[in-house]
Design a protein. Structure first.
Length: 463
């Protein structure tokens, strides 16, 4: 054992090697960091020697030297590749949670970029020369679009729910239908968020049926809110019933108790006009008389991650003054992205400017044309793969409209020598990863979520 350890080069000797000096010169990494990484690789190789992982016939000073530098070079390569990197989404899932949900519009990206490059009016009023409020930056856009009296933004919808419950129902009761005690992504449950906020959950009705009398019978002097949770990420069918908005508003008015609705995904765009799902719009909920509504910014809205809260001014003012509002506030980049996104709606250009809206309502004809363009380019390159266009369906994703399947066109990819798993893995490991679906031992590329700008990268991946 001692003899094998003798073949390990000393750190000083390794640092004089041309591989180390070239990495130091070309990769813009400090001597200290590169030396630390070098020591890590030596320690790893030492452990491999101790555990007899390296065959005896491959143990020599040169072999161990090469092994150390191969590992160091790979470490440098991984460092130079960002952990958060762009990918091509070929799954057809428009709001793919693992892939970052909504893509931002060109206008939103430009606004974020210009905001990042300079100082900004985040909390400065240029008209008065006095301190301003970040709450004001998008509030007017939100109220104009939704019809609500006031609005504010926090860092996600779970935070929005938490703030509302903490500020308006601390140590008081909140009545919710048992059938709406949902669990959202990452095992966050409405009941747990309520517990953390120190509001008291009063669940009424049964899993499949809740009536307005269930709410009415549960009201006490300690009732702070009537709460409704939109079932964005699941659908109950069969012997079911729930209290509709009109019934709840009537009960709220009768007892002078505000209603808070967690809309989850939330949409300002009427997808039902395109015969896509039955998602209620935020505007409809405001018009129906809901006092407070919260929803996500990076789902059906098509903007950055945020939790949007809109509603009656008397309640929004309380939320803005609560200490948690500072804890949960968003930064200038989120506000810039959200402002640009909301302006697309105000200009009525959401179908052309916002990628999420565009991808969901995209015509089958356009999707088919993109798929045909891809196959034509692959045939011109004489790629060693088989490509076949087929009809299929896409999902919206992001925990929204789970029952909706949109007609689409996919390209099935097969190869005479490689399995679908091997092809999918190869695509994932490209410089710009391509994330595809694998189904029935075929790789599927769904062209609903593949842009024209992605085509060159996609074609190159198969050459």
């Amino acid at each position: 054992m001692m003899n094998t350890f003798r073949y390990l080069p000393a750190i000083d000797q390794l640092k004089r090697d041309s591989v180390f000096t070239n990495l130091l010169k070309t990769e813009a990494i400090s001597d200290k960091v590169l030396t630390d990484w070098l020591r890590e690789q030596v320690d790893i190789v030492r452990t491999e020697l101790h555990d007899h992982i390296i065959p005896e016939e491959k143990i020599s000073r040169k072999a161990l030297n090469d092994r150390i530098f191969n590992r160091l070079t790979e470490k440098v390569r991984l460092f130079q590749t960002n952990n958060l990197q762009p990918v091509i989404n070929a799954t057809g899932v428009v709001l793919h949670t693992n892939l970052g949900r909504a893509r931002l519009s060109a206008n939103a990206i430009a606004h974020i970029s210009s905001t990042a490059a300079s100082y900004s009016t985040l909390e400065y009023d240029v008209q008065t020369g006095e301190r301003g409020s970040r709450h004001d930056l998008v509030e007017e856009h939100l109220t104009r679009l939704t019809g609500a009296e006031a609005a504010m933004v926090v860092n996600n919808n779970a935070a929005a729910v938490y703030l509302v419950l903490k500020a308006l129902a601390f140590e008081r009761e909140v009545i919710v239908s048992r059938g709406e005690l949902v669990e959202i992504g990452g095992s966050f449950r409405i009941s747990e968020i309520m517990k953390e906020s120190q509001a008291t959950l009063v669940d009424v009705g049964t899993t499949n049926k809740t009536h307005v009398n269930d709410y009415a019978d549960a009201i006490t002097e300690e009732t702070a809110l009537l709460m409704k949770v939109h079932k964005s990420n699941f659908k109950m069918i069969g012997f079911t019933d729930e209290v509709n908005t009109e019934e709840l508003v009537h009960l709220s008015t009768e007892h002078n108790i505000p209603i808070f609705e967690d809309l989850g995904s939330g949409t300002l765009f009427d997808f039902t006009a395109h015969k896509i799902g039955d998602e209620p719009t935020v505007q409809e909920k405001v018009a129906a008389g809901i006092d407070l509504i919260s929803f996500s910014g990076d789902k059906l809205l098509g903007g950055p991650q945020a939790g949007v809260i809109i509603g009656k001014k008397e309640f929004i003012d309380i939320l803005k003054k609560h200490q948690l509002a500072r804890v949960l506030r968003v930064d200038k980049f989120t506000l810039a992205g959200l402002e640009a996104t909301l302006k697309s709606y105000l200009r009525e250009q959401e179908e052309t400017e916002i990628p999420t809206i565009r991808d969901i309502v995209e015509s089958e004809k356009t999707i088919h044309e993109r798929a045909e363009t891809f196959i034509q380019q692959m045939n011109e390159q004489e790629a060693d793969f088989n490509f076949d266009i087929q009809e299929d369906t896409s999902k919206i994703g992001g925990g929204t409209m789970p029952e909706v399947e949109m007609d689409t066109y996919v390209v099935h990819v097969t190869h005479g020598k490689y399995t679908s798993s091997q092809i999918a893995e190869t695509l994932r490991k490209k410089e710009i990863p391509i994330i595809a679906r694998v189904q029935h031992d075929k790789v599927l590329l769904d062209f609903r979520t593949i842009d024209d700008e992605d085509m060159h990268t996609l074609v190159s991946a198969f050459l």
